[in-house]
Design a protein around this ligand. Sequence first.
Ligand SMILES: [Zn+2]
Length: 102
Amino acid sequence: MIAIFDNNDSEYSAWLLANPSGYVVNMRHGYSPSYMVLHRSSCTTVNPSTSSSELGAFTERDYLKVCGSELEGLRSLAKAFGRPDGSFSLECSKCAQHQGRG
Ligand SMILES: [Zn+2]
């Protein structure tokens, strides 16, 4: 269950509400595998309900979001995007303590 939100912050916000324990990968438009940052749904840097950024900043400007209810699916996606080991370019330190497999 992977959902990609490219230029639609309202749908992205709705997904976060429905998946409070999911995962969010922040990417730039163009889907470069060199920038794939993993967060939890609840992370204040990617969640419009807790972030200080205005709506629109999440998927409608420089970035887009790839969301998944399970980490495994996002790792598969990272492989498909050109990261053979299924890693991310960075795992957010603000929410890292909550990350785990599955
Ligand atoms: Zn984070």
